[in-house]
Design a protein around this ligand. Structure first.
Ligand SMILES: [Zn+2]
Length: 260
């Protein structure tokens, strides 16, 4: 038998991790979460042994102190504390704060994201509603750079996206079915989509003839559920860079933690 390369081993490890976390997720629905914890522990061991990263959405789901598999609202709570989102394990009481600016290279866009996060967290602490937070988020995102033209947030209601609020030219697309257009496809495929040139996309749902590029970044709850998306159009081709996606993801994660 051929010896497996490090990369292949890591790929196998990643597959096993995904299966174990899936099992943990299923087990976590039962009253006794002991098995969920054991699956999560196994996943973490494999991840360390083969240096295979844990999927992003699960990084915050395992208590670093006691190893419990965290289900928000069941054995863990998400709350805002001193201007940051924190996750508390109900089992051991360990609190983890979500980092907003870790990368030094991307300090500027990262700090722009944390500024937005701090502002909306403060709103939440002062009792603002989800509607108010979503509106202010769109305003702050739009103001972050001149490259963002049409900027809006859609919320997922059943199998359709509903436009919550936006800044820019009026659009007819106030309801978009899952799987339709760039917005609906992002939800169906559970991923962010960056379209550098909309003229190359078949059946493109154009909001306006001026739109040349578009980016959609999913808003997820801390438990990974898709809540909606940030959608931005630009009048320039290839307007959205990788760091824009990371910037928007940080803001989206923050919104996701605040509106659940
Ligand atoms: Zn714990």
């Amino acid at each position: 038998m051929r010896h497996k390369s490090k990369g292949e081993m890591r790929d196998i490890a990643k597959e096993r991790i995904a299966i174990l976390l899936d099992l943990a997720e299923q087990e976590s629905k039962k009253p006794d979460m002991g098995r969920a914890k054991r699956y999560a522990e196994l996943a973490r061991k494999i991840s360390m042994r083969y240096q295979a990263g844990m999927p992003l959405e699960y990084k915050r789901r395992i208590c670093k102190k006691c190893g419990a598999f965290l289900v928000f609202g069941k054995n863990a709570t998400v709350r805002t504390l001193d201007g940051a989102v924190s996750i508390k394990c109900g089992g051991c009481g360990n609190i983890v704060r979500l980092p907003f600016s870790r990368e030094t290279k991307e300090r500027r866009s990262a700090s722009a994201a944390s500024r937005i996060c701090k502002k909306i967290i403060l709103m939440k602490e002062k009792g603002a509603s989800a509607d108010e937070i979503l509106k202010e988020s769109v305003r702050l995102i739009r103001a972050a750079t001149g490259r963002f033209n049409w900027t809006g947030i859609y919320l997922l209601k059943g199998d359709a996206l509903e436009l919550h609020n936006y800044i820019g030219r009026p659009t007819e697309h106030t309801t978009i079915k899952t799987g339709v257009g760039v917005c609906g496809t992002a939800v169906a495929q559970k991923r962010n989509i960056n379209v550098p040139d909309v003229s190359k996309v078949q059946n493109y749902l154009a909001c306006s003839v001026e739109t040349k590029s578009e980016i959609v970044v999913l808003i997820k709850a801390p438990d990974g559920r898709i809540l909606g998306q940030i959608d931005i159009d630009s009048d320039k081709r290839g307007a959205f860079l990788q760091r824009d996606e990371r910037f928007l993801q940080k803001v989206a994660d923050c919104i996701g933690a605040l509106i659940t």
